[in-house]
Ligand binder design. Structure first.
Ligand code: 13P
Length: 255
């Protein structure tokens, strides 16, 4: 059985102090739900104190991005060696990084391979635009993103990879995909994984849904068989909402 995984992507929110006090309040409240894997992805500057504050709590920490080179003249960038030992996970291919920071499929693929080579677990985000959705291109586009992101990733490395389906039109818009739609696209992602790696690996890989997930619609997603958790923006910035999301995941997944 796939362990549900809920990740809070804090994006460019929370100062260092706010980040630390948030996790100090969050950690004891998530303690009863150890059947759900939880992580927070703060800004780079808060990674170190947040990791310290979460030591021994079972809550993991993720970075929001990385560069694929170990070092070099790349002003502003953070390398995989800098993240080693500091975080467990790293978000790769988020649509905001694709849109604002120039992440192409090729760069996403380099980042995924660099993360894996340095013992960091990638959460690989894919998702279509509203126009692609409306013209019926979702499956071919998202399938292509999955294929491109994982090119050269070995079957044995797939145990470290989490996928996230985040339709761009549902991010921060309040317009969420229906549970059924999200389930069917995630099922399609799983069949792409089966084509690439065989059905055992596809069945074992966790795939999250992301896009306007909140306590009010969480059960709709978590009751779907293909959806293994959520990648959450806005609702993960509030302790009460984060705790509710995890509680609902635990209930719905019977975990
Ligand atoms: P919202 O939950 O705010 O829509 O953001 C989703 C997201 O982009 C998580 O990575």
């Amino acid at each position: 059985m796939r362990k549900p995984i809920i990740a809070g992507n804090w994006k460019m929110f929370k100062t260092l102090d706010e980040s630390v006090s948030f996790v100090q309040e969050l950690a004891p409240r998530l303690a009863p739900f150890d059947s759900v894997e939880c992580l927070v992805c703060p800004s780079f500057v808060a990674l170190s104190p947040v990791s310290q504050a979460l030591k021994g709590t079972g809550i993991a920490v993720g970075a929001q991005n990385l560069h694929w080179e170990e070092s070099g003249a790349y002003t502003s960038q953070i390398s995989p060696t800098m993240l080693q030992g500091l975080v467990d996970y790293v978000l790769i291919g988020h649509s905001e990084c694709r849109e604002y920071l120039g992440d192409t499929d090729e760069r996403v693929n380099k980042k995924v391979k660099a993360a894996l080579a340095h013992g960091l677990k990638p959460i690989v985000a894919v998702g279509e635009s509203l126009a692609q959705n409306e013209t019926g291109e979702t499956e071919s586009f998202v399938g292509g993103q999955v294929f491109a992101a994982l090119t050269g990733v070995k079957p044995a490395q797939m145990a470290q990879v989490v996928m996230a389906y985040e339709p761009i039109w549902a991010i921060g818009t309040g317009k969420s995909a229906s549970g059924e739609l999200a389930n069917s696209i995630i099922g399609m992602i799983r069949s792409t994984l089966a084509d690439l790696y065989g059905s055992d690996i596809a069945q074992a890989t966790r795939i999250q849904y992301g896009g306007s997930v909140k306590p009010g619609n969480m059960a709709e997603y978590m009751s779907q068989p293909e959806i293994d958790g959520a990648l959450v923006g806005g609702a993960a910035l509030k302790v009460d909402d984060f705790v509710s999301l995890v509680e609902i995941a635990a209930q719905e997944k019977g975990a």
